[in-house]
Ligand binder design. Structure first.
Ligand SMILES: *[C@@H]1O[C@H](CO)[C@@H](O)[C@H](O)[C@H]1NC(C)=O
Ligand SMILES: *[C@@H]1O[C@H](CO)[C@@H](O)[C@H](O)[C@H]1NC(C)=O
Ligand SMILES: *[C@@H]1O[C@H](CO)[C@@H](O)[C@H](O)[C@H]1NC(C)=O
Ligand SMILES: *[C@@H]1O[C@H](CO)[C@@H](O)[C@H](O)[C@H]1NC(C)=O
Ligand SMILES: *[C@@H]1O[C@H](CO)[C@@H](O)[C@H](O)[C@H]1NC(C)=O
Ligand SMILES: *[C@@H]1O[C@H](CO)[C@@H](O)[C@H](O)[C@H]1NC(C)=O
Ligand SMILES: *[C@@H]1O[C@H](CO)[C@@H](O)[C@H](O)[C@H]1NC(C)=O
Ligand SMILES: *[C@@H]1O[C@H](CO)[C@@H](O)[C@H](O)[C@H]1NC(C)=O
Length: 348
């Protein structure tokens, strides 16, 4: 493809730091990207799904075999691979420079792109004749900034997907192979978040494992259609949840939009803020005009995933029990902030 880009003078760096010191810029970036995602999802037909009632629980771990887990991983790797493959070439060195990024940013994205291509190759090799074919994808990318924001969302999603899939794998060697990819996804997410966006490299002492239903609700927003020959993924199609603003202030009121499930009666629903293994909950209030509200807890940091649940216990946040897809919320913190949200995880 392209020859390696020439290096820009290091004097360019202060300008970048200045640009990204504006936390409002990040807020805007994520609001833009997430509202774009919300719009995009409506137009898209979902890929093949295992047909289930929306209130059905996800398959129990033993019901999913390792081949299906690898197919699920390949679905995500194909998505990431096509993202970099379709969009990175659209923004050359000059475009990245004009957007305020030093030359090492694009160079690293080329490395990420190669990693994702290699992951696809690796999983395809492991699956052999049971490998998935590429779907057709669309990402809300119009410039280097939105490219970076989607990359951050995908790498963070990939990291959580591998963490959540660990419990689904029965073969320990396959698990070890998966962790070698998991660590790279986590380091890539950390690089985009801290080096490129000048935010936090981690979200606290624990990252958040997410199950296939939750992950699919995020990933499927970028999928236009998949070949009918692809085997169905072991996931349920959850109803969409949108939260605004996407980077709310701690303690503030946020607006939620989702379709209320029919089978939950009139009991109070909760918004679960998934973080590590220890979610926070906020009761949901029906505004009576088609939207809902909830209050953001005071102690969130980094990337937090929100979903609607039936009660305020950890059991309700299990992948088979969540009532909506995920919304990604950002609570950025810089290197001067103390990441002190070290609650001891409950293993209830
Ligand atoms: C799921 O919902 C359907 C109707 O909405 C109901 O008939 C069924 O019993 C529910 N299943 C479970 C497991 O709650
Ligand atoms: C895994 O499960 C799928 C779907 O039930 C099935 O088609 C496939 O044969 C299974 N593979 C193995 C190795 O058990
Ligand atoms: C999946 O859910 C989305 C809304 O979240 C909907 O637009 C889409 O039609 C659903 N697809 C299937 C196959 O049910
Ligand atoms: C809620 O979302 C639905 C579906 O995405 C959309 O049609 C509706 O306009 C939204 N409602 C509000 C109040 O934003
Ligand atoms: C919820 O529904 C039950 C039974 O349908 C009813 O007794 C109760 O008053 C309702 N509660 C509220 C707050 O509407
Ligand atoms: C719905 O009601 C809430 C609470 O009264 C209000 O804050 C919000 O602006 C309303 N939204 C719409 C779309 O009317
Ligand atoms: C620790 O977190 C709390 C919120 O949980 C915050 O109010 C406080 O300022 C933080 N302290 C430091 C030193 O960052
Ligand atoms: C909370 O909800 C989950 C399912 O979503 C259920 O299994 C659990 O029993 C509920 N716990 C309480 C205390 O209601």
């Amino acid at each position: 493809m392209c020859p390696p880009p020439p290096l820009l003078p290091i004097a360019f760096l202060p300008q970048l730091v200045k640009v990204f010191a504006l936390s409002s810029f990040i807020v805007m970036l994520f609001s833009t990207i997430l509202s774009a995602l919300a719009g995009v999802s409506l137009a898209f037909a979902a890929p093949n799904l295992v047909k289930r009632q929306s209130n059905a629980t996800a398959p129990a771990p033993s019901a999913i075999n390792d081949t299906q887990v690898l197919q699920y991983a390949m679905f995500l790797e194909l998505l990431e691979h096509h993202f970099y493959d379709q969009y990175l070439w659209q923004f050359d060195e000059a475009a990245f420079a004009a957007a305020g990024y030093p030359s090492w940013v694009r160079g690293r994205f080329e490395q990420l792109s190669e990693h994702e291509a290699t992951h696809v190759e690796f999983l395809g090799g492991a699956l052999g004749s049971q490998a998935l074919q590429s779907c057709e994808y669309s990402f809300p990318v119009t410039d280097p900034q939105s490219f970076v924001a989607v990359s951050m969302a995908l790498e963070t999603t990939g990291m959580s997907a591998y963490m959540g899939a660990a419990a689904l794998l029965s073969d320990k060697n396959t698990l070890t192979a998966a962790t070698t990819i998991l660590a790279v996804e986590a380091r890539q997410a950390a690089w985009v978040s801290s080096a490129v966006l000048k935010n936090e490299p981690w979200d606290g002492p624990f990252e958040t494992p997410l199950g296939p239903n939750a992950i699919f609700s995020v990933a499927s927003q970028f999928v236009v259609s998949c070949p009918s020959s692809n085997p169905p993924l072991p996931v349920v199609n959850l109803t969409a949840l949108t939260v605004s603003p996407a980077a709310p202030a701690l303690g503030s009121q946020i607006t939620l939009n989702f379709t209320q499930p029919a089978n939950v009666g009139n009991s109070t629903l909760y918004l679960a803020f998934l973080r590590g293994q220890n979610p926070e909950f906020s009761p949901i209030t029906d505004s009576g005009n088609g939207t809902f509200t909830a209050i953001v807890p005071p102690n969130l940091q980094g990337t937090i995933w929100a979903t609607v649940v039936t009660n305020n216990t950890i059991a309700a946040t299990a992948d088979g029990n969540i009532l909506t897809g995920l919304a990604m919320l950002e609570f950025p913190f810089n290197s001067q902030a103390n990441n002190n949200v070290t609650t001891i995880p409950s293993y209830a």
